[in-house]
Design a protein around this ligand. Structure first.
Ligand SMILES: Nc1ncnc2c1ncn2[C@@H]1O[C@H](COP(=O)(O)OP(=O)(O)OP(=O)(O)O)[C@@H](O)[C@H]1O
Ligand SMILES: [Mg+2]
Length: 162
C-alpha cells in the first residue's frame, strides 16, 4: 500500500523570498521529519535550508552555511536540525556509514541536499522539495509530502502563506 501524497507548487522571485519561505516551514517542523531537497547546482536548496534554520530559531543565520565540506551540520533551535549535503557521496551506503539512521531516529529534523543521489536512504514518509531555476532570480519549488506527519506539516505550511 502506498502512502497518500500531497503536492503544492510555489514560486519565489529572489533569494530573500526563498529564505522567507524556508522560515515559514522552519516554524512548523515536526519531529522526525526528513526534508529531501532536489535540484541542480545553485538552484537554491541551501538558501531554503537557511530559511528553515532561521524559522526553527537558529540564533545567527550566518552560521548556517553550505555543509558541502563538513557533510553534516547541526543547528541549534526549537528542534535539532541536521543539514546534510550528499553531493560528494557515492550513494546511500556512505550516508548510512555516517550514521544517517541515528539522525532520523531522533526527534529531530533532517534536511538532505541532493536527495535523489541517496534515494534508498530516504524513508517513505518524507517531504520532498524540488527547486528549479526558471530564470536568474525566479525559482519554482515543488513540495510533495508523503505520509501523515509530513502531510500535516505541509498543510500547516500552506495555510500559513500570506
Ligand atoms: N529566487 C531565488 N531563490 C534562491 N536562490 C536564488 C534565487 N534567485 C537567485 N538565487 C541565487 O541562486 C543561488 C542559490 O544557491 P544555493 O547555494 O542555495 O543553491 P544550492 O541548490 O544549494 O546549490 P548546490 O547544489 O551547489 O548546493 C544563490 O547564489 C542565490 O543568490
Ligand atoms: Mg547547496
Amino acid at each position: 500500500m502506498t502512502s497518500p501524497t500531497q503536492t503544492v507548487q510555489m514560486e519565489t522571485k529572489s533569494p530573500q523570498e526563498t529564505l522567507e519561505l524556508g522560515k515559514r516551514l522552519g516554524q512548523r517542523l515536526v519531529g522526525g521529519l526528513v526534508v529531501a531537497l532536489v535540484g541542480d547546482l545553485g538552484a537554491g536548496k541551501t538558501q531554503f535550508v537557511k530559511g528553515i534554520a532561521c524559522g526553527n530559531g537558529a540564533t545567527d543565520p550566518k552560521q548556517v552555511t553550505s555543509p558541502t565540506f563538513t557533510l553534516i551540520n547541526e543547528y541549534a533551535g526549537e528542534r535539532k536540525l541536521f543539514h546534510i549535503d550528499t553531493y560528494r557521496l557515492r550513494g546511500s551506503a556512505e550516508l548510512f556509514a555516517l550514521g544517517f539512521d541515528e539522525l532520523i531516529a531522533e526527534d529531530a529534523v533532517v534536511a538532505v541536499e541532493w536527495a535523489d543521489r541517496v534515494q534508498e536512504a530516504i524513508p517513505e514518509e518524507h517531504l520532498r522539495i524540488e527547486v528549479e531555476a526558471i530564470d536568474a532570480n525566479i525559482r519554482r519549488l515543488t513540495f510533495s509530502a508523503t505520509g501523515s506527519s509530513p502531510i500535516a506539516c505541509l498543510k500547516s505550511f500552506i495555510q500559513a502563506q500570506p
